[in-house]
Design a protein around this ligand. Structure first.
Ligand code: ARG
Length: 560
């Protein structure tokens, strides 16, 4: 459903080809207020071209422009405003949703091409941070959106399970750790050790050398180092799995950094063959163009780096999946790293590097500052989600104590609150952490959208809705609902093109508000004659809300 093209055609005819169709399409706006029409065309550019006033051009155009679906065309202060025939458009939109159901807005653009999505990727032996939560929910939604557009997402969790920090942790554990306490509460205890290490290292910098030594031992395959590392990894993975299960998120691969240990020699060989490796202060680097610092490949002690493992991973992914696109949902503090990574691949002659995209996001701040793991300033995500679920359960016990699937719905609503709270923000914006905000169920929140969906479901049950053919007389009061429904395919397109789930989250709020207003102004079930037509609209809203929520990785309970 897109009436812009009707407008473009009419404008094109009037202007006798003075402007291209594409240009015209770009110029069409949405009027600021609904009572000013459904589409507007500004005449200010044309005024220059024709050397007339915008007002007089608008007047002239308003008189001549027409199309069957236009009810009225009006000139207002240099704009041509078009009013659509509400009855016809409403019918058209609702019929379209009815016909396509959850396929509404689907597009087969991808042709089954593979998109690898590297997301979540937390670091072993550290708590799952709020930043990792962002990556997790954004990445999951991007995978679902890509799927809707006919791509095949491969979800990869590039676990941070290798690096100098493990040397430090091993040192800390050997000095102050205790097997029993770590087993009881792995993430908390390991974090404590990690924080203690950094505190003590400030007084005693030799500890850092020890840390490096133990990481070297680990890379050299030392049995004690390896078995401690494996144990830390196992305990952490168990904790992370709990979270993923809570959020309903799955991965196709958990190949983390360590997976590439035996694949890095080959990378170094290729770099050597291509004469890209240079020595710099004992280390091996690849020089990049002027505005990028060189990419460090091997340290002077022979140990490898984050970047080396990412190089190996990129090549492995291309060879394994033959991806068309490869996305990295990682915080914007790693922008330089990804620029360097892509640039090295370019220098290596891999043309497929062009399909790689870093999808950065802003930080979660506490009192305007970044939360730092090193200082132990973290919020434990599992506790946050547990609390959200508990609050949702209390809500149900208060408002709908007879609900059968209480626990399941509480789970869906609690996690929904946390997921939506993140996704409604444009990803590049920093977010100030507020537990209260995350656990809010009213206003522009996930539970509000879920509640609207449940309300629609309940109306359909009470009204004994059945799909009907024939004329659908839709009330004029429903117009804001119709225009919202109509925009859904465009919204998905913007979300897809901008890697931006917030488009969908904002849309869901808009549709929910419009629907709740309609619900308050029209007694949907009271009038037998209009009931089925009205319920058909309710059904369309329900379908679109559910599909929108699904694309964000959220459930849509039928009752709550
Ligand atoms: N583990 C890293 C971190 O927490 C993120 C890894 C992102 N993925 C990648 N391929 N580098 O900062």
């Amino acid at each position: 459903m897109n009436f812009k093209n009707d407008f473009v055609d009419a404008l094109f005819q009037f202007l006798e080809g003075h402007l291209e169709r594409n240009q015209l399409l770009m110029m069409i706006e949405k009027p600021r207020f609904q009572d000013m029409g459904d589409m507007a065309f500004p005449c200010f550019e044309l005024a220059k071209l024709y050397r007339k006033s915008p007002q007089s051009i608008a007047l002239e155009m308003a008189e001549k422009i027409e199309a069957p679906i236009f009810e009225k065309v009006e000139a207002v202060g240099g704009y041509v405003n078009v009013f659509l025939n509400k009855r016809e458009v409403s019918q058209g939109v609702v019929k379209e949703v009815l016909l396509q159901k959850e396929e509404y807005g689907t597009l087969d653009l991808g042709n089954e091409q593979i998109v690898t999505i590297d997301f979540s990727s937390p670091n072993i032996a550290k708590p799952f941070s709020m930043g990792h939560l962002r990556s997790t929910v954004i990445g999951n939604s991007l995978a679902l959106i890509a799927e809707k557009y006919g791509f095949r997402p491969v979800r990869i969790n590039h676990l941070g399970d290798w690096g100098t920090q493990f040397g430090k942790l091993i040192v800390a554990y050997k000095m102050w750790g205790n097997e029993e306490t770590v087993k009881e509460n792995p993430i908390k205890e390991l974090l404590k050790l990690y924080v203690q290490f950094h505190e003590e290292a400030e007084q005693n910098p030799e500890l850092n050398d020890k840390g490096r030594e133990w990481f070297k031992n680990l890379e050299d395959g030392d049995v004690e180092a390896l078995s401690l590392w494996e144990w830390f990894k196992e305990e952490s993975l168990q904790e992370f799995s709990k979270l993923y299960q809570m959020l309903g998120i799955t991965f196709d691969s958990f190949n983390g950094e360590a997976f590439y240990n035996d694949k890095m020699d080959r990378v170094v060989e290729i770099l050597e063959e291509k004469d890209l490796l240079e020595e710099s202060k004992g280390a091996q680097v690849v020089q990049l163009h002027e505005d990028l610092p060189p990419c460090l490949i091997k340290k002077s002690d022979g140990t490898t780096l984050y970047a080396t493992r990412d190089l190996a991973a990129a090549i492995y992914r291309q060879e394994t999946y033959h991806f068309a696109q490869s996305l990295y949902v990682v915080g914007n503090e790693q922008t330089l790293h990804f620029k360097q990574l892509f640039s090295v691949l370019d220098k290596m002659g891999y043309s497929w590097y062009a399909g790689m995209v870093h999808i950065p996001f802003g930080m979660i701040l506490k009192d305007g500052k970044k939360m730092s793991t090193r200082k132990g300033k973290v919020v434990l995500l599992e506790e946050v989600i547990d609390e959200a679920i508990q609050l949702a359960l209390n809500d149900i016990l208060e408002k709908n104590p007879r609900l059968a699937a209480k626990d399941e719905v509480a789970h869906q609503v609690g996690t929904g609150a946390v997921i939506f709270h993140d996704l409604k923000n444009y990803r590049l914006n920093d977010i100030e952490f507020s537990l209260k905000d995350m656990l809010r169920f009213e206003g522009e929140t996930g539970p509000y959208v879920q509640y609207t969906h449940a309300r629609a479901a309940s109306l359909l049950r009470k009204g004994d809705y059945h799909e009907s053919e024939g004329d659908l007389m839709i009330d004029d009061e429903a117009w804001p609902v119709i225009t919202a429904l109509m925009s859904f395919p465009d919204v998905i397109k913007r979300a897809f093109e901008g890697y931006d789930p917030s488009q969908i989250a904002k849309f869901l709020i808009e549709l929910s508000k419009a629907f709740n207003k309609y619900y308050a102004s029209v007694r949907i079930l009271d009038n037998e004659v209009q009931k089925q037509a009205r319920l058909t609209l309710v059904y369309s809203v329900k379908v679109v809300l559910k599909e929108g929520l699904r694309l964000l990785g959220m459930a849509a309970p039928e009752e709550m």
